[in-house]
Ligand binder design. Structure first.
Ligand code: SF4
Ligand code: SF4
Length: 287
């Protein structure tokens, strides 16, 4: 299956167990087996370094489209072997990052994204369920948490300060829980933002180079350089180098007629056009 995934052009693939706690309530019961296949495809490097920008957003969506096609083809291949396989819908039926971590494809970075050894968070993730008896992969400690603790570049560079510096227990998972009330309006208005992806040294240089620098100098590769930390801000057209962040007014966080309440408890209804909140985007993104 992994050879077929590579032949189809997936960057990486892993196998882990279905876990109901990662499956949003409204999509439970759709899995066709107790095994989850996690597929990853790498996003275009050059476009990602231009985040935040329309070009970077286009690269993300292009990566998702290519990933969906390949996962669909891989599901066909599994069905040809006599087993059931069901790729999840694009809307996001599960939290994919915990599955990717469980399948050994990377570790959770402080920026809330999956950091893979090769491309850091510059990758897109999709999952499918299957009843095929594949051997499950195991989580791998790549040393990313130690790098994050020393780095913290995303914490300092996030324009609205949405990334906390420290991890804490959040519903049974120890992580740096993003402040979605600060992040999501900025994502919506600043071309998807993704500054936290752009400035991550593991995304930019790869984990091997970052670890080598850390082991030989104790420093984080690129930290403090404009090459790593600089970005152009689409809301004012200015460039912000290390130590500089755009000032965000209330207008960025408030949109007339739009109410964002990440603490809402009632079930989501994607078809309800009168629904004026975020439509569950925060959860769909895995925040
Ligand atoms: S997408 Fe932008 S606002 Fe959201 S956490 Fe990343 S850097 Fe911060
Ligand atoms: S920018 Fe630094 S702290 Fe943030 S996720 Fe990347 S390595 Fe971790």
């Amino acid at each position: 299956m992994k050879l077929e995934a590579a032949r189809l052009g997936l960057s990486a693939v892993g196998v882990t167990a279905y876990d109901i706690k990662y499956n949003y309530a409204e999509y439970q019961g759709l899995a066709v087996g107790d095994t989850i296949i996690v597929g990853i495809i790498e996003q275009n490097f050059d476009s990602t370094q231009m985040s935040p920008s329309v070009r970077a957003e286009k690269a993300a969506l292009t990566a998702y489209a290519g990933l969906e096609d390949r996962m669909s083809a891989l599901a066909d291949w599994i069905r040809d072997q006599g087993y059931a396989a069901r790729p999840e819908g694009f809307v996001g039926e599960s939290m994919v990052i915990p599955y990717a971590v469980a399948a050994g494809l990377g570790q959770l970075g402080l920026n809330g994204q999956l950091l893979t050894p090769h491309a850091g968070s510059r990758c897109r993730i999709h999952v499918m369920s299957t009843d095929a008896p594949f051997v499950h992969d195991q989580p791998v400690d790549y040393g990313i948490e130690g790098i994050c603790d020393k780095c913290q570049v995303c914490v300092r560079r996030c324009p609205p300060g949405a990334i906390p510096a420290n991890r804490k227990d959040s519903r049974g998972v120890v992580k740096a829980k993003l402040n979605t009330k600060r992040c999501l309006p900025v994502m919506g208005k600043a071309a998807g933002c993704s500054v936290c992806m752009k400035v991550c040294p593991v995304q930019r240089y790869g984990l091997a180079a970052v670890l080598e620098e850390f082991e030989s100098t104790g420093e984080i590769l690129g930290k403090g350089s404009d090459d790593l930390e600089g970005f152009d801000w689409p809301l004012d057209g200015k460039h912000y180098g290390p130590g500089e962040r755009p000032r965000l007014g209330r207008d960025v966080f408030e949109t007339p007629g739009f109410t964002f309440d990440p603490d809402r408890k009632r079930p989501l209804d994607w078809k309800d056009s009168s629904d004026s909140d975020d439509g569950g985007r925060a959860e769909a993104l895995g925040y």
